[in-house]
Write a protein that binds this ligand. Structure first.
Ligand SMILES: Cc1ncc(COP(=O)(O)O)c(C=O)c1O
Length: 441
């Protein structure tokens, strides 16, 4: 007797666009349809490197990489072969056991962080989950509750992560975490204190003085705010903020979910641009090149404080995801993604600056490496957000074969975060497509 049927019939999947969209409308919860990117949704079917194809066979240059999940490229041969190898051995090993791939991965990941600290790795499945673990650790270690986060920061949409996110379109009307305090985000183009960092750092002081006992659990920050509008933290802000938080007994958490794994071009991690060392780092998205994986990397003594209580998570340290994670670290080195992010990102930035000289609707071009944002305004003096125009560019670019993101708390930022293997020739096409979008306003 065999345990399984001899010849399974393949499961059929429709690739007819209208049928897919209709099924999505009928069976998918409206709660997960609030983030759809296009008026006529994109239905992807295949990816290769920096390119994506839809169910009708149309090819796109992908500047969004599935919301930055695809780091080293779609269907990367090393990543896929390592995952397939693991899949044929053992698809899951629970955290009650110790799996060799997971511990090798933890060792290799920890080695990517600044020397002189005893880093340990806590593996989970999604960004918000990693953020929640990080905040829990900061609170337990310090014995304090207040968490300081930035306005327009994005850290996820469930649990404490939702409360940390500083954009109310992501806040359900339920009690938010009472310990979270938002302060003004340093934003040279649009921030309430202009382009000097003192006002923003002063806000941290004033918030600690007015809204806490004087003690905080920690501070969470993205080195470049991603969804919030591709806003790089200005030079000197992170060191100043870390100093203030540590003086109030708190820990510094850096959310590298978008900026990590060489995306910013000059460094492996976004925080390295400002020469600070966080206490806890949360990783997600590109860590898994599309496989569900995220991590909290934390100083041992902080993690040890939480070890008095049991912790369990069903899929954390899944060996297939960890096999992907190991392969991605190798691919980043062997493919030279950091150099490519630096060079191709700089090449693109030059093209975007040239478009800014040509079209008044572009108010600002910013970002680092392959994490770029273009802010559209109806008028450069008032800086009124050009939300409708941004939406139009995104839709038209798609028709012309380029997937580009729309974001920002005001909905007027074009987001460019492609797979890290994208080439300069692709950027030539992107610049032509954007030129045509702006020309035909
Ligand atoms: C900076 C940042 N932090 C946290 C998250 C939450 O990650 P996830 O969607 O995997 O929960 C995201 C997701 O977009 C993010 O961009």
């Amino acid at each position: 007797m065999t345990r399984y049927a001899e010849n399974y019939k393949a499961i059929e999947t429709s690739t007819i666009y209208d049928e897919i969209i209709q099924k999505g409308k009928t069976y998918t919860s409206p709660s997960v349809k609030t983030f759809e990117a296009y008026s006529k949704p994109l239905s992807p079917v295949k990816g290769d490197g920096q390119y994506l194809w839809d169910v009708d066979g149309k090819k796109y240059i992908d500047l969004m990489a599935q919301n930055l999940c695809i780091s080293v490229g779609y269907c990367h041969p090393l990543v896929n072969s390592e995952v397939k190898k693991q899949m044929d051995m053992l698809t899951h090993s629970t955290a009650m056991y110790v799996h060799s791939v997971a511990v090798h991965y933890a060792e290799e990941l920890a080695a990517r962080f600044p020397e002189g600290h005893d880093w340990v790795v806590h593996l989970v499945n999604s960004g918000a989950e990693a953020v929640d673990v990080a905040v829990m650790m900061a609170r337990v270690y310090t014995g304090n509750n207040p968490m300081i986060a930035l306005r327009t920061g994005y850290h996820g949409v469930q649990g404490p992560a939702m409360s940390l996110t500083g954009i109310n379109t992501f806040h359900q009307n339920i009690p938010l975490d009472p310990g979270v305090l938002h302060v003004a985000n340093p934003h040279p183009y649009r921030g309430i204190f202009g382009d000097a960092i003192d006002g923003y750092l002063g806000e941290i002081d004033r918030t600690i003085e007015s809204s806490t006992s004087g003690e905080v659990a920690g501070f969470i920050v993205e080195p470049i705010q991603g969804f919030g509008g591709v806003i790089p933290m200005p030079e000197g802000y992170l060191p100043g903020a870390f100093e203030r938080i540590r003086a109030a007994g708190g820990l510094c958490i850096v959310d590298e979910i978008q900026t990590g794994f060489s995306r910013t071009g000059d460094h492996f991690w976004g925080f390295q641009a400002d020469d600070v060392v966080p206490d806890i780092i949360v990783l997600g998205k590109g860590i898994g090149n599309g496989f569900p994986l995220s991590a909290v990397v934390v100083k041992r003594e902080v993690a040890e404080a939480t070890a008095g209580k049991k912790w369990f998570n069903t899929y954390g340290s899944n060996p297939m995801s960890c096999a992907a994670g190991r392969a991605i670290l190798r691919a980043i080195d062997e493919d030279g993604t950091m150099q490519n992010a630096r060079e191709t990102g700089a090449y693109l930035k030059g093209k975007l600056e040239a478009l800014k000289d040509k079209f008044d609707v572009i108010g600002d071009v910013r970002g680092r490496g392959l994490m770029m944002g273009v802010e559209l305004v109806t008028d450069r003096t008032s800086k009124k957000p050009a939300e409708a125009e941004t939406a139009r560019v995104v839709e038209t670019a798609k028709d012309l074969g380029v997937v580009i993101g729309k974001g920002g708390a005001l909905g007027n930022i074009l987001r460019i975060n492609p797979p890290l293997c994208i080439q300069k020739e692709d950027m030539d096409v992107v610049a032509e497509v954007l030129d045509s979008c702006f020309r035909n306003f």
